[in-house]
Each structure stands twice: as structure tokens, then as C-alpha cells.
Design a binder for this molecule. Structure first.
Ligand code: FES
Length: 105
């Protein structure tokens, strides 16, 4: 079990969107889809680009890097399209009232 840290408030992330949060050197893209929350590494594994600035695909549960279009799974971090070939990290999130917590490995 990793360390749990408070990341943000529920109202900090608009439904259907992604937002980047930094915890120390760690960059995390938090995605909110209705009542479902996801957290993946914010840094695209192709180049140093913020995935939170890309488009969220609610139907396929992926986030698309805006620079070259690689789509990463929100559930396991795997890239589903080139040019990225390596997965991003995936974090467990817990929502407790108005607080959103992330579990750091
Ligand atoms: S920087 Fe993300 S796909 Fe190239």
C-alpha cells in the first residue's frame, strides 16, 4: 500500500475534462468522467508534453496527446496508438466527500 496524498477538491476538475496536478516532481493528469475519476502520469512517454492538455475520449476511456495523437488508456496507461510505445503510470484515486486523494507507489 502506497502513500495517500490529497490532490484536489472535487470541484477542481470539470466533468468530462482533465487537469494536471503536481505533487513534488510527480505530474499527474486527473480525469473526471461523471462520477468516475482516473489518474495517469501527465507526461507523454513520447515527448515531454502534458497529457492533461489533450482530449479525453470518454467512450474508449483514453486520453489523447495533443502533439502527435497517441492515445493512452485511463485504466492501464497503455498507449493504443503510435508514436508513443511505453505506458504512462496509473494511480489509484479515492474520493472522500469533497476531497480527492491519490495513492502514490
Ligand atoms: S509528444 Fe505525445 S505523442 Fe508525441
Amino acid at each position: 500500500m502506497g502513500l495517500e496524498e490529497r490532490l484536489c477538491s472535487v470541484g477542481d476538475v470539470e466533468p468530462g475534462s482533465a487537469r494536471r496536478f503536481d505533487l513534488g516532481k510527480r505530474r499527474i493528469a486527473v480525469v473526471r468522467l461523471g462520477d468516475d475519476w482516473y489518474a495517469v502520469g501527465d507526461r507523454c512517454t513520447h515527448q515531454d508534453v502534458s497529457l492533461a492538455e489533450g482530449e479525453v475520449h470518454a467512450d474508449s476511456l483514453q486520453i489523447e496527446c495533443w502533439k502527435h495523437g497517441s492515445c493512452f488508456s485511463l485504466t492501464d496507461g497503455a498507449p493504443h496508438s503510435l508514436p508513443a510505445t511505453k505506458p504512462v503510470e496509473v494511480y489509484d484515486l479515492r474520493v472522500d466527500g469533497d476531497d480527492v486523494y491519490v495513492v502514490l507507489p
